[in-house]
Write a new protein. Sequence first.
Length: 202
Amino acid sequence: MQQNMLHDCSLKGCSKKRIGLSKYCSSHTRYKALYGHPLLRALRKDDLEPHIKRAQQFIDRNREHRKVKHAMSKVHYWLTKAKVSPSNIAGGKDAQWLAKNQGDPEKVLSSALAFWLFAFENKEDSLWYETVETLEKGIGTVVLTLVARPSSHDVGFHSYLKAKSRKEVGNYFHTELTSFFVAATIAIQQYEDEINLKIPFE
């Protein structure tokens, strides 16, 4: 370990020394743990805002569709379980905080879908869609920061969330809702110009 710490961070342009057994310096090791890639940083709310509106509009128009109902039931189950038994659900106490302060499955689902849209539509020049880890940690971060904790202003937006919580929540949504995200993305891209029509998808 001591030998490793004599070397520079492996990222081009960073001259800081590595930390522990990591191939990165302390800052880039932290970003890798939080977001899945050492060059990723917290998303700005402005980046997601237009996608959130698209996702909300899509869900509103299709709330009776079986895939929307199924996705909503998965989110509702997760929120309900997190509220009463956080030790047995993805995200633990971080998920419990969200469940107690934002119990609306539709808002949670639309935020997760918004991130998926953002990552997919920017996949050519965005690192969020690069690996399963970055995608899942991105979803987890967006979902868990729907309601900011009072302490978040002191320690920095997003930084109070455990990397483990981000990964667990992102993995739950990725595992349970990928088919919904993919179908919804295709439908939105194909039909969103038809603003007066209900958006169908199978």
